[in-house]
Design a protein around this ligand. Structure first.
Ligand SMILES: [Zn+2]
Length: 125
């Protein structure tokens, strides 16, 4: 049951080949080539780009408790930029954040040493 309103897209791909997608019903282009959908495509590509940004990747890789510290720092950076926070307050926040990261690293290190000690005691016993 062929839909007589559907035909091949008239668009050309970036590599110069003809688009092989079906045109939208009653139209001559697919969603990726329809001139009237250029704004929608630009929005979609921008949203896709945000997900791939370095900041987004770094954020995903961060432990959850450090993520809130990172969020606080980003907010502080914006607040300084907007003139809503003095650089000295932001500097103090950055120092506290650094101290928090140090404490977290120390705690992680201690936990690892305890695990290694426990494992070697079990083997020695
Ligand atoms: Zn197309």
């Amino acid at each position: 049951m062929a839909d007589q309103n559907r035909r091949p897209c008239r668009g050309t791909n970036k590599d110069g080949t003809a688009c092989r997608a079906q045109a939208l019903p009653g139209r001559e282009w697919c969603p990726n080539h329809a001139p009237e959908l250029a704004g929608w495509r630009a929005d979609r590509n921008r949203r896709g780009g945000e997900g791939k940004s370095t900041a987004a990747r770094v954020r995903k890789a961060m432990p959850a408790d450090l993520r809130s510290v990172g969020d606080m720092l980003l907010e502080a950076m914006q607040a300084v930029k907007d003139g809503k926070m003095t650089p000295s307050v932001a500097h103090a926040l950055a120092g506290l954040a650094r101290a928090y990261v140090d404490v977290t690293e120390y705690a992680t290190f201690e936990a690892r040493i305890a695990a290694v000690e426990e494992a070697t005691e079990v083997k020695a016993a």
